[in-house]
Design a protein around this ligand. Structure first.
Ligand code: ADP
Length: 439
């Protein structure tokens, strides 16, 4: 049970930590991206202003004399010989006046961007191009219109290849993702260990309670047996005791039997909880075992005029703990009888199924009784749970039968489920995987 709590607790911890760190990493990433962008765009704006100051005279000369063509820039005057930093100066007619050309590899792409650049308002753009050789290049470009008095004399486009920065940035993202995954895995391990530590005192306390539960049930058995024996001895007095006293003795015996049954059930549950139940696996005929149980419960069924039927293959031989399976059959058939009104029926079906994991034993106990409401189907397997407390008490139930049946079936690695419709009967289905050989 504690493991069932530990897993969701760990999952909750790692999910919340995972989401929290994802948000932190997202904020770091967005912040870094923004800071780097601002820094680079400030850098290119400053470069643009510097180039405009340098080259303004050339544009003014061209503005007043359309035939004026500035000389070709000598290699020594270039800002960057590889064309990683470049500029292009255009007049108002979009004629190239002067250029410190971009790298030949992305020159065509730059010209294309400039041609499509309509509104110039000192803006900065980041453009990514895929070159014919498949290489990705990212450029940051800025444009500035120049004026002589109130007259526009042309536009200066300045660009810088920032591919290296981008690559570093992408690598950084990959590292962040990797760190995030490592952090997340570490959180999962730490979460699992920590939840185990938190659970330890709870587990110890539950273990102590279980021990007490088992010891108390065990200790109660002896005085109850003595009490029963004493009542039986007094009963043997026969004629010497009054009719009234005999009735009191009978009632006492009845109550002691009920108490013994409850104590036995509690002890079985304590053993199931402590995983202290040792399965004595043996091969036996399930059909004859079911017939025995039906035979011993037939007086109860006859008293209510109920039909008790057994269906199934003759040779359903199983390997399991015979006594425990008998107890499961007893609980389910007795419940079927208890919760079915007069003239109904209780049918036990036995089947051996084949699945990809091997043979599976299927026991279904069907009745035509009161049925179980949809929202109660899970709860009826809990300890001391009764749908109708008064009715169940009148029928001698305390709400432990199905909890024991479930515990026994699960010890065999199986499952127990119920299909039912309120007022139209119930079907309890037990599935137990079968091992081919005895251990
Ligand atoms: P109890 O000793 O009260 O029968 P169980 O654990 O065997 O305790 O069953 C729990 C509750 O499930 C019962 O109180 C009853 O309300 C319901 N129940 C069990 N079997 C049936 C059945 N065959 N038909 C309808 N209700 C059932």
């Amino acid at each position: 049970m504690l493991n069932k709590i530990r897993t969701p607790l760990t999952l909750l911890y790692i999910t919340s930590m995972g989401l929290f760190s994802l948000v932190i990493i997202g904020i770091i990433f967005a912040g870094l991206n923004w800071v780097l962008y601002i820094e680079r765009s400030d850098e290119i704006k400053a470069l643009t202003i510097a180039i405009c100051d340098e080259q303004k005279n050339e544009l003014i000369k061209h503005f007043y004399d359309a035939n004026y063509r500035p000389g070709v820039i000598l290699e020594d005057d270039r800002r960057d010989i590889r064309g990683q930093i470049f500029y292009c100066i255009y007049d108002n007619n979009k004629q190239l006046v002067k250029t410190d050309p971009p790298n030949a590899a992305f020159q065509a792409a730059v010209v294309d961007t400039i041609n499509k650049w309509d509104e110039v308002s000192d803006d900065v753009r980041k453009e990514t191009y895929i070159l014919p050789d498949g290489q990705e290049v990212t450029l940051m470009m800025s444009a500035k219109r120049l004026y002589q008095g109130n007259n526009s004399i042309g536009t200066v486009y300045v660009g810088k290849d920032i591919t290296a920065y981008e690559q570093i940035f992408h690598k950084m993202i990959l590292w962040l993702i990797l760190i995030y995954i490592i952090f997340w895995l570490m959180t999962a391990v730490i979460g699992y260990i920590m939840s185990g530590r938190v659970m330890k005192p709870i587990k110890d306390s539950i273990d102590r309670q279980r021990e007490f539960f088992a010891d108390a049930s065990h200790e109660l058995r002896t005085p109850l047996a003595i009490l029963l024996a004493s009542v039986e001895v007094v009963e043997e007095e026969g004629e010497k005791i009054s009719v009234f006293s005999r009735q009191v003795l009978l009632d006492m015996k009845d109550e002691i039997h009920k108490t013994v049954k409850i104590v036995d059930n509690l002890l079985t549950l304590a053993h199931i909880d402590e995983k202290n139940i040792k399965l004595v696996r043996e091969e036996f005929s399930l059909k004859s075992l079911a017939a025995q149980v039906i035979h011993s419960l037939s007086p109860l069924a006859n008293a209510k005029n109920l039909k008790l039927c057994l269906e199934g293959e003759e040779a359903v031989n199983v390997v399991a703990d015979r006594n425990l399976i008998k107890q499961v059959l007893f609980i389910l058939i007795e419940n079927g009888i208890k919760y079915t009104s007069e003239a109904g029926s209780v049918t036990v079906c036995l089947e051996s199924l084949c699945s990809e994991h091997g043979k599976i034993l299927k026991i279904s106990v069907n009745d035509t009784g009161i049925g179980i409401e949809q929202d109660q189907k899970e709860s009826i397997f809990e300890r001391f749970y009764r749908v109708d407390k008064t009715r169940s008490k009148e029928l001698g139930g305390v709400g432990l039968g199905l909890a024991i049946a479930k515990g026994i079936v699960e010890c065999h690695g199986g499952t127990i489920t119920v299909e039912s419709e309120w007022g139209r009967g119930s079907r309890f289905i037990v599935l137990i995987p079968q091992r081919d050989n005895l251990e």
